[in-house]
Design a protein around this ligand. Structure first.
Ligand SMILES: [Ca+2]
Ligand SMILES: [Ca+2]
Ligand SMILES: [Ca+2]
Length: 341
């Protein structure tokens, strides 16, 4: 084994060190730990965050975001409240730590708004329309090839008042979004349910998600929505519900839909800590998204919905060549002794 291989082997082992748990981050977030070969977390290390200019490469076009972070006593750091549609690099600039100089290290491209667990990305065709003559309409679609939690998406729409239509359509124009709209003067109500394969779009969900852990063992701390509504729907809210072992008991969080040109170009985050009710996100058997109460002539779009947590980026301080040679000499010396034994 060459010297280089020894260094690689040691680095791989230490990269498996898990970052300590923190208080819930303001999502989207990037967190991690700065550690050193042979010891634990290192405090006082400066880290910079750069937003990529869109080429995916760390270069002069990228913009430093905010002020630098400094690793805490346990070596941890965090950048939070980031832009969910942007991608970033974390740079540990060249600096002297203790009495040892370390040249710069830069992370790979990180997209902190990307979900770890996708509930739905609405990339298959499904649609349902209620009108004055048929005020309630439903649709249920099982699709093992689609990215839909529990394989099946159930749609329910109801025309509450007015003369016209209420519709829910997924991937209607060859664009992988969910479209919710009501015609002029119509108040409507829409419910999307993910409750496993029950072939029923009843507003009362079945409980078929198999005690799903939306947190993925603590990795995720909330739900990310990519969505938007046009100005006539200003103030319209989305209700997100999770159910456990009882179809009449849920926890709920409310998201105000960002105003866009009506496309899903906005983002919103719902921390699990803001859900109100007895159902916890680590054991979920049904999920519902409820929209449309109140506003008239709504034109809203929803893109990917999923669970996310802070992305982790750890740094390991590697000794510079002068001190590296010393460390390797010591290691190879040990190896030599072992071989003789
Ligand atoms: Ca760049
Ligand atoms: Ca279902
Ligand atoms: Ca159902």
């Amino acid at each position: 084994m060459t010297r280089k291989h020894w260094v690689a082997a040691i680095a791989v082992t230490l990269a498996g060190v898990v970052a300590p748990l923190h208080a819930a981050a303001i999502l989207p977030a990037i967190q991690g730990t700065v550690s050193q070969l042979g010891s634990g977390g290192v405090s006082g290390v400066t880290l910079n965050l750069y937003e990529d200019d869109g080429d995916g490469i760390f270069n002069a076009g990228d913009t430093m975001v905010g002020s630098a972070a400094v690793s805490a006593g346990d070596g941890s750091y965090m950048f939070e409240g980031l832009n969910g549609t942007a991608s970033y690099f974390v740079e540990r600039p060249a600096q002297t730590v203790g009495s040892i100089f370390h040249s710069a290290q830069v992370s790979s491209l990180i997209t902190p708004g990307a979900p770890n667990l996708i509930i739905d990305n609405f990339d298959n065709n499904q649609g349902v329309t209620a009108d004055t003559y048929t005020p309630i309409a439903t649709s249920t679609l099982s699709d093992p090839l689609a990215v839909v939690l529990g394989v099946e998406r159930d749609m329910y729409v109801r025309l509450v008042s007015g003369v016209g239509q209420v519709g829910l359509r997924s991937n209607a124009f060859g664009v992988a979004v969910l479209q919710y709209d009501t015609t002029s003067g119509v108040v409507g109500h829409g419910i999307i349910t993910w409750d496993g394969v029950d072939m029923s779009a009843s507003p009362t969900p079945s409980l078929g998600l198999g005690n799903l852990d939306l947190t993925q063992g603590g990795l995720n701390e909330g739900i990310v929505f990519n969505l938007g509504i046009d100005a006539t729907g200003a103030g319209d809210q989305l209700h997100f519900r999770i159910f456990g072992d009882d179809a009449s008991v849920y926890s709920e969080g409310i998201v105000t839909i960002p105003i866009t040109d009506g496309t899903a170009s906005g983002t919103a985050y719902l921390p699990f800590s803001s859900l109100v009710g007895p159902v916890t996100p680590d054991s979920v058997n049904a999920i519902q998204l409820i929209m449309g109460d109140g506003a008239k002539s709504v034109d809203a779009q929803f893109d990917q919905i999923g669970a996310l947590g802070p992305k982790t980026q750890n740094f390991e301080l590697i000794p510079e060549p002068a001190s590296l040679t010393l460390a390797l000499s010591a290691l190879l010396g040990l190896l030599g002794l072992r071989r003789k034994a």
